[in-house]
Design a protein around this ligand. Sequence first.
Ligand code: TIU
Length: 220
Amino acid sequence: MRIEQAQPFPYDFDLQKTALVLIDMQRDFIEPGGFGETLGNDVSLLEAIVPTTKTVLDAWREAGGLVIHTREAHQPDLSDCPPAKLSRGNPTLRIGDEGPMGRILVMGEPGNQIIDALAPIAGEWVIDKPGKGMFYATGLHEKLQARGITHLLFGGVTTEVCVQTSMREANDRGYDGLLLEDCTESYFPAFKAATIEMIRAQGAIVGWTAPSAALRAALN
Ligand code: TIU
């Protein structure tokens, strides 16, 4: 299959060797009362990508492709949260504090769940990650290798933090990654725009980007 409209040049992939990765579409970042808002952000911006992302998810499921959902999530005792991460910034609530949706960024809490519209179904992978990138301390590379996955299509939040970190980690491990431009968002529109530019710069130095309609066209 080929995504003709991908930039900086067309992106070829084999459905059986490609996964759709939705990064951190969890209530903590998208709904009020979670980690995103506690950092001082307007979370309503992120909600806007949900319908488009759902359309892509449905099309990918229909095609029979592997779906991977990630969550930024820590153990209840925060043993996997380095002091530098815990203390950074000036949030009103810190990781592990009790918020309106339970403890902030802690596994199993209501706020840590994938939003209802994109909830995982049987057979899809759910990866809890203590870092911003999806490979750090998750064992994901080995699982992808065992499954023969070589290509990764990315959506999710936020573009310049967990999505871009995951794409860069993937790139260094030899995967061909493509960011679905309208299935990702940032609290800072300028950061999203810059991330899209830097991913595909210098001849796809990190990977490709494309509008999701171009992926859906390839699947039809
Ligand atoms: N703050 C911010 O933009 N993002 C994060 O903390 N995590 C993710 O991007 N998932």
